[in-house]
Design a protein around this ligand. Sequence first.
Ligand code: ATP
Ligand code: MG
Length: 652
Amino acid sequence: MSNLNDEQYRAVHYRGGPLLVLAGAGSGKTRVITERIAALVERHVPEDAITAVTFTNKAAKEMRERLFDRLGDKAKLLRICTFHALGLAIVREHAKLLNRRANVSVFAGGEQKSALKSVLSDMKLPADADQVDRLISRISALKNGLLDIHDNQLSAVRERYDQLLERMNAVDFDDLMVLPIKLLSEHDDVRALWQARARHFLVDEYQDSSRIQYEWVRLLVPENGNLTVVGDDDQSIYGWRGAEVKNLFLLERDYPALTVIRLEENYRSTGSILEASNSLIAKNSERLGKTLRSNLGKGKPIRVWESPNPEEEASRVASDIKARRLTTDDAHWDHFCVLYRASYQAREIEMAMRREKIPYHITGGLSFFDRAEIQDLLAYLRLVANFNDDLAFMRAISRPRRGIGDVALGELGQFAMAHGCSLLEACLHDDLEHKRAHSLKEFGDLIVALEFQFKHGEADEAFDAALDLTHLEAAIRAEAADEAQAEMRMGNLMELRRWWILHADQGGDLSSYLQDIFLLADKKDDDPTGQVRLMTVHASKGLEFDHVYVIGMEDGIFPHASALEENRMEEERRLMYVAMTRARYHLTLSYCRVRHRFGQKEKSAPSPFLKEPEQSVLRWVDRDLETEDAKEEADDFMAAMRRNLERLQSGK
Ligand code: ATP
Ligand code: MG
């Protein structure tokens, strides 16, 4: 591992309390966090007193892996995770104080919607999809303290929604942020416990932490505590989600002993890439201002491509990736990344990758965990693990259909309400008298039988019983369009089975398995190794790639049209800065002349972000074909091809 520079060294070994590392992209901020944790452990700070939060589960995983390499098994006790995962750990540990049990479920998307729907229908309020979506985001804003209104109806809905979640032994994503604040501020013993676990508290990507997350920091770290935050105001890209650069200023107010260290050496990108990025971000006025020097020499100019339409743009990207992989020594597919502003733009690229037989991985695409068969089986497993999970009950009882209709379910719901029990418990209740009582009881017995299997049986047999007794496997085979589809769906379930058996082998139970799955599902990425990466610019924060292509560099796409209206141009420019600074050696920016919008062909104009960077480091490939650079690059390319050919011919 290469050495730290002086400023990095100072940050890694700083012992004077609160510390802010404020520095541009690629200057080693994340590396400082990792090295600092290693240094603390080497100094015999107990691992259990170190907590680090990162922005994504993936970043946490990478950091943990690096520390495992450095420290071995000691790294096990380190707490490195996202704010949300930390929130879940706090909520689970102190579930009792929240009137919940330790195996709390986390409701996301669909489950949250059905909970809200049932509240609305009980309150005799309209519950169409639009209304539900609108209310979900308003309740979320309310919980995050972003909405400060006095709307009685909204408060009433929120109250009943929260009660329903409590009754179902569940929380939603916002609760994972908000409930820990409640716990930490209302219970001195809880606060003392977590303050001890966060005696060294480190935060990566601090510029995108929200007001609530800052409250966490305040509750966990006293004024002179060991707080280390690293961030870059120029990379704040989640303003719409309540992240506030203001947090950087609040730090100075609330932690007067704060020391600020600036890193000015960039180790990631070539001089040209850095010059283009720096000159672009200089157009923003709301900046703290930073210096960033490249360490790698000037490198190649940044290519700007013009294509007739998105299909041709995509083919061009795909063939370029193929060619570069051939002509660059030691280039792997996963050294390439294609970035776009909005996720729908992945479609053409994905098709081109398939055509060219290039392995690719879409970060945050339709997740494995969103697939119907996975959700169906997980509903059963959640119910087995938690008899109070009414939403899992609702999904499970309808998959496959058991001839139990809405009216029967409604009556079951009333029975449950009257007896103060969950829907599943109602099915098992001796007093249940109902014309469908028999089928309901049968369903209840099935879940009880599975619970027994999962508790006392062999892991693989329990899982197979779940597939068989629920008739899910039969339903999948009966409903699939053809054999191949049935196999694919069963294959997905077998993947869950494999994880379950691994998990059980390590002594885990069904609840902890479901908790892991929840974290994985949130991360939405299977292993991207060996594949070209396709992702939105938002998802690329903190990552780096040798070769980066930013597609759709058109006015109205990037910057996004809404940015013009809502005065969010500066944030959009920061997003562009993030995109450009992901690249190490090669950066290509690409736009189309024509694009289909709402079924119409429309002319598009190049993005203003193509005109803002220092033009001497840009090469508009399709305009100035005959430049020296272009010739030089063509020569390089031919020479590399020849080298490769010779290598192939000589059989090496
Ligand atoms: P971002 O703002 O994009 O999150 P960052 O500031 O977190 O960037 P890192 O990802 O930590 O930057 O580092 C960027 C690259 O520079 C990494 O590949 C890292 O290994 C490398 N690097 C960091 N410090 C040094 C150093 N002192 N010598 C050589 N390489 C370094
Ligand atoms: Mg970083």
